[in-house]
Design a protein. Sequence first.
Length: 224
Amino acid sequence: MTIRVATPDTSTDTRTALPYATLLAFTRYVDRTGPAKAAFVGKLRRQRETGGGFNPHGQMVKALKNDIEFGTDGTNLAAVRKTVNPRWSKLYDALTAGGTRYLRSLGEPHTAHLAPVNDALAIIADLPVRVSAHFGLRYDDGRVEAVRLHFDEEPPTTELVTATLHLMRANMGQILPHAEPVLVDVRRGVSHRVEPGRVGEISRWLFGEAAGFAAMWKTPPAVA
């Protein structure tokens, strides 16, 4: 798996635009089977064409980072729950409760400190995938982590966890050198880490998945 310094084509003309995926999109793709894969890629193409899509989790991420940075025991998470748009109240009830559990799992205040992270552009079977973390952590004992957050209602599957952590680890030189990748299931406050072995097997699996993604993007379903 290689990394190239490149800018993906963001043209709205999907007949000529190259396929491209974020880490979130690609891992959700590999987590699907059968016709659901093609439907998912088609939806991504349409979103790119129209510029649609909205991320409701931004305020929660900012609040969690502030609590880590200032060593507060969930104060910012509690505050954002009260100020978020009522449309997202139930979502933030679940996210802030789990986020507080994760925050407390980091240990006493000021034992973990925020570290800056960078995005990496991985090229997998000619598919550009933007691999990113939500934030980095440096612990007083010398450990370093690059943290990716999972917000979905359902826990992450083994496939999603494996793909996310493998791609983060493979590109960690750009994201946050010497860091361990961590995927945090925010709603449950559970952290997932890389299991040893199977690197070559996982790389081959993701190569095939990326090739399939690119092929589906380039050959959209015919319109009846």
